[in-house]
Write a protein that binds this ligand. Structure first.
Ligand SMILES: Nc1ncnc2c1ncn2[C@@H]1O[C@H](COP(=O)(O)OP(=O)(O)OP(=O)(O)O)[C@@H](O)[C@H]1O
Ligand SMILES: Nc1ccn([C@@H]2O[C@H](COP(=O)(O)O)[C@@H](O)[C@H]2O)c(=O)n1
Ligand SMILES: [Mg+2]
Length: 191
């Protein structure tokens, strides 16, 4: 059984940054759904490359069959891990249903780490990111934020109703955020 922490928040809220620190210090393996999709987009011979790029530019969500297969493969190929930080997933109802269908009995969701941050700050961070992402531009960001508000936030609310959400405000320095995140993981380890 894989232990899983879902990590959600608006685009640019710092999910990847904080997951890298958790992976470095707390023994969880970081799996970013977006990174896995970008790698699949680049893989020679992938039948999904063009479809993935279309969704990434439009800020829309790739069908779960593709994303969940990438996540499950990555988990199975990671060897023994204390748990997995599944960053940027589930992003919509299709992701959630597909995960439940494919991963029930194979993964246990410990909690959902929600990095909350005002959208204008998130947009500025993405525009300054400098990684050459095809979706870090004003037009794509507008669509990504819309997708977050319309499709992803309701998923966070769903988990909130089930008592699974641990919110950490991420409009602060990485050090301040990470200190609160460590506390969340310490509390989770006690139960
Ligand atoms: N607390 C912070 N304060 C200032 N800048 C930050 C902070 N956290 C992350 N950043 C910067 O903001 C940018 C976006 O961060 P990151 O890639 O971690 O976000 P993300 O939530 O994974 O975004 P996306 O959803 O687009 O993948 C990066 O350039 C990162 O260095
Ligand atoms: N569950 C997911 C996650 C991501 N995507 C697509 O990738 C884009 C980038 O994601 P980041 O988390 O790296 O920002 C995202 O806008 C989607 O197009 C997805 O489809 N499903
Ligand atoms: Mg990211």
């Amino acid at each position: 059984m894989h232990n899983v922490v879902f990590v959600l928040g608006p685009p640019g809220s710092g999910k990847g940054t904080i997951c890298a620190k958790i992976q470095e210090n707390l023994g969880y393996v970081h799996l970013s759904a977006g990174d896995l999709l970008r790698a699949e987009r680049q893989r020679e011979g992938s039948e999904f490359g063009a479809l993935i790029e279309q969704h990434i530019r439009n800020g829309s969500i790739v069908p779960v069959e593709i994303t969940c297969a990438l996540l499950e493969n990555a988990m199975n190929n990671s060897g023994d891990a204390k748990g997995f930080l599944v960053d940027g997933f589930p992003r919509n109802e299709d992701n959630l249903q597909g995960w439940n269908k494919q991963m029930t009995g194979k993964a246990l969701v410990q909690f959902v780490l929600f990095l909350s941050c005002p959208v204008p700050i998130c947009i500025q961070r993405c525009l300054n990111r400098g990684q050459g992402r095809t979706d870090d531009n004003e037009e794509s960001l507008k669509k990504r934020v819309e997708t977050y508000n319309r499709q992803t936030f309701p998923i966070i609310e769903h988990f909130e109703k089930n008592g699974l959400v641990r919110e950490v405000k991420s409009e602060r320095s990485v050090e301040e955020i990470y200190a609160d995140v460590v506390e969340v993981f310490n509390q989770a380890a006690k139960v």
